[in-house]
Design a protein. Structure first.
Length: 463
């Protein structure tokens, strides 16, 4: 009975919140107990992070729909996390039993490790979880990355992270590898960029060593491949990758990928590879909020033993920067100039350095500027965009607005949803994906979208 109730709830949640919420947060949760006398439900989450996230974001969803499905007027919902296995040495992390994972058909259990030659270390020791600044834009990717180090190959396998360049994908891949190696040095962990994977395979063909190439990868416990999109349109490499993936997956080995786009949007990739990349958990990382950017700068300055005032951090973070590398680059320029000229870091000095730099000062894009350009192109007002009308044309224009707001502003999905008076941020994410797909298939619309983006950016510079 409980299983049927839970499956009905997941279907409702999928319709109301979207498939991504269900696959990411709710699929690994179980309806553990139902006390009809106390009218209390106990849900079991895989770890503490998921438990806390469910309490903060979805407790009302549980209360409303589970009470209806269980036919009670009111309901108390308690979310608990899995307990650690008592026989294992405590690592401060929650272990998820294999029975809780239902992402794809069963795999072979990873056999106990034997002593063997370890592959050369390819990890950057500076990239650790402790040096990664977490915010709303990257919290899911960060939490999942940490979770898979608890029991590699069991939870979220494969794990796929996608985002624009410079937002921390590579950092997380190295952090996974470093933490796994710290817990168990005998694990064979390999970080590899996709272009190096391709070159390695080409050399293997050239020197007739394809069998050794495959043998090397089949000995790996954790495979981390960065920028997987670079194997697109390379048929022989994809064929080799396909067989390596299958072998590692079936042996219960952990596989992690990063890309600049969602798997389905990588052109030139075989369908069977696309589907495998999506088997586990897919998480995106967005441009961090102002608060997160400030925290990143503070942490970077602290690592360099520099004092960074709130005013200077706010000024640098408020600039229209597209990624974290550029953000940190701005801080480094200011610190270097202050050191060379023996001046204290101040807002005035930061303005002087950054205005003279290649990246001139610019004003952040805001929602009003996006709506102004939308209105010029489609003749719909902000009131129309906020209305509950499901008119086909208006719905499409609303989705274009959400797409441009997500792409060009530093605002979160929740902030965009609230501004347009939508119920939840999954609507914004769905809109972004749909407009992205439309632009890929319709060249005329793509050009129109680009013209609107340029117009918005021009207004941002001169208004």
């Amino acid at each position: 009975m409980l299983e049927r109730v839970w499956q009905d709830f997941l279907q409702i949640a999928r319709e109301e919140e979207g498939s991504r919420v269900v696959e990411t947060w709710l699929k690994a949760v179980t309806l553990e107990r139902w006390d009809s006398l106390e009218q209390k439900v106990v849900l079991l989450a895989p770890n503490v992070f998921v438990k806390d996230w469910l309490h903060a974001h979805y407790i009302r969803l549980f209360e409303v729909h589970l009470s209806r499905l269980l036919n009670v007027s009111s309901l108390t919902v308690s979310v608990e996390s899995q307990k650690k296995e008592p026989e294992k040495k405590s690592t401060g992390l929650n272990i998820v039993p294999a029975r809780q994972v239902s992402y794809h058909p069963a795999r072979k259990v990873l056999k106990p490790l034997k002593k063997r030659d370890r592959s050369p270390v390819t990890l950057n020791a500076n990239y650790k979880f402790s040096t990664f600044v977490v915010g709303p834009s990257n919290s899911l990717a960060y939490a999942a990355a940490q979770a898979i180090t608890e029991k590699p190959g069991v939870l979220y396998n494969p794990f796929f992270i996608y985002s624009s360049s410079g937002l921390g994908k590579t950092h997380l891949l190295h952090a996974i590898g470093n933490q796994v190696k710290q817990h168990n040095p005998e694990r064979v962990v390999v970080y590899q960029s996709a272009d190096r994977f391709v070159n390695e395979f080409i050399n293997a063909i050239r020197f007739n060593k394809v069998h050794k190439f495959k043998e090397k990868y089949l000995e790996i416990d954790i495979l981390l491949i960065d920028d997987i999109q670079f194997i697109s349109n390379k048929e022989q490499t994809q064929e080799a990758f396909f067989h390596i993936f299958n072998s590692l997956y079936e042996a219960g080995k952990q596989i992690v990928f990063s890309s600049d786009t969602f798997p389905r949007n990588i052109s030139g990739l075989a369908e069977r590879i696309c589907s495998r990349l999506e088997w586990g958990l897919v998480a995106d990382m967005q441009i961090p909020s102002l608060e997160t950017r400030i925290a990143i700068l503070k942490k970077k300055a602290e690592a360099n033993r520099e004092a960074l005032s709130d005013d200077v951090a706010h000024f640098i973070s408020s600039r229209a920067l597209s990624n974290i590398r550029e953000l940190e680059g701005s801080l480094i320029r200011v610190m270097a100039f202050a050191s060379l000229t023996k001046q204290p870091m101040s807002v005035e000095l930061a303005k002087k350095v950054l205005v003279q730099s290649h990246h001139s000062d610019s004003v952040e894009v805001d929602f009003e500027r996006v709506v102004r350009v939308i209105s010029m192109n489609y003749s719909y007002s902000l009131t129309d965009l906020r209305s509950k009308s499901r008119n086909k044309e208006l719905t499409f224009v609303r989705q274009v607005s959400m797409y441009l707001m997500k792409k060009l502003t530093k605002k979160s999905l929740q902030e965009i949803g609230l501004y347009l008076q939508r119920k939840n941020h999954s609507t914004v994410l769905h809109a972004y994906d749909k407009i992205e797909d439309e632009a890929q298939s319709d060249e005329k619309f793509k050009l129109k979208l680009q013209r609107m983006e340029r117009k918005i950016m021009e207004q941002s510079c001169f208004i």
